[in-house]
Design a protein around this ligand. Structure first.
Ligand SMILES: Nc1ncnc2c1ncn2[C@@H]1O[C@H](COP(=O)(O)OP(=O)(O)OP(=O)(O)O)[C@@H](O)[C@H]1O
Length: 276
């Protein structure tokens, strides 16, 4: 069933898996639309997300400029960049909510669209929660839209996130509401999870809880997570890959360990250097 409620379509992703390994952007092979499918060549699983020369314009603003990258399945990637650098747009293109002007996008082997949304959990930065519902009512309502809801994982996440089930959503702090949205996304077993700034404006305690919930989702395996953030504090250990956007262009992408070894500093330091 295709979810129709805003909570169902934008706030209920499911967890990603494994540790991230930011992989360098993979340019298409010369003379082809994107090179051979790696799964047919090496027996490795196809990438979870593949952008090739993607452009997106809003009026006169170029939000994405010639963006090319590949995310291997089962990785967790941090997407970093200043305000307006195109992070949300990239996530919305991957989720199928925004159509690129040019370029090719493949997500879980499909072109993003209505059909793909059932397999992608997208936790938007915008809060779609109904303030009059309790947390328990919200969870019951949202999970009714999804056939991939994982009740066992929901229980685990509720403990980690320490959600007050009987309180109305409208009475919750910003950090607690973010935790609720995260639960709605991560409790699905969707193979791709897109998280738009889950750490934005969040206090250190909530940041820790949110990072722990993402790690728990990763431990369940088989999921790919792409997470945008302004700040790598707390989040850096989550990532096996890093992508940095500046002015709509992907200016850095790669495996986290390789980047740390090459630059001799933390991902935080690398981002500072690249965006200076
Ligand atoms: N619906 C829209 N209509 C017009 N312009 C838009 C729209 N959405 C985004 N933009 C513009 O596209 C550019 C990229 O925006 P986007 O929200 O993707 O960036 P971002 O990196 O997520 O920013 P932030 O960190 O502030 O959330 C910005 O210049 C923004 O103003």
């Amino acid at each position: 069933m295709t979810p129709r409620h805003p909570l169902a379509s934008s706030a209920a992703p499911s967890a990603a898996a494994a540790e991230p390994t930011v992989q360098a952007a993979t340019p298409p092979a010369a003379g082809s639309a994107g090179g051979p499918d790696p799964s047919t060549v090496t027996g490795t699983p196809p990438p979870a997300v593949c952008f090739r020369h993607v452009w997106k314009r809003y009026g006169s603003v170029e939000a994405l400029r010639d963006v090319t990258f590949t995310l291997p399945a089962g990785t967790v990637t941090g997407l970093v960049g200043a305000n307006g650098s195109g992070k949300s747009t990239l996530l919305k293109v991957a989720a199928g909510f925004v159509r690129p002007a040019r370029g090719e996008v493949q997500v879980l082997g499909q072109t993003p669209g209505v059909e793909l949304r059932r397999r992608v959990a997208f936790v938007a930065e915008v809060d779609p929660l109904d303030p009059w519902m309790t947390v328990d009512q919200t969870v019951r309502f949202v999970r009714s839209f999804f056939t991939d809801w994982d009740p066992e994982h929901e229980g685990e996440l509720r403990e980690i996130l320490e959600l007050p089930g009987r309180r109305r959503v409208g009475e919750l702090s910003k950090g607690m509401r973010t935790r609720v949205r995260l639960l709605l996304g991560l409790a699905r077993s969707a193979p791709l999870v897109l998280l738009d700034e889950p750490f934005s404006g969040i206090d250190p305690v909530s940041r820790r809880r949110i990072a722990d919930a993402i790690l728990a989702a990763c431990r369940r395996g088989g999921r790919t997570i792409l997470l945008s953030t302004h700040d790598l504090k707390d989040a850096e250990p989550l990532f096996d890959r890093l992508m940095v956007l500046a002015g709509g262009r992907l200016v850095l992408a790669g495996d986290a360990d390789e980047l740390r070894a090459r630059h001799g500093k933390s991902l935080d330091g690398i981002v500072e250097e690249v965006l200076a």
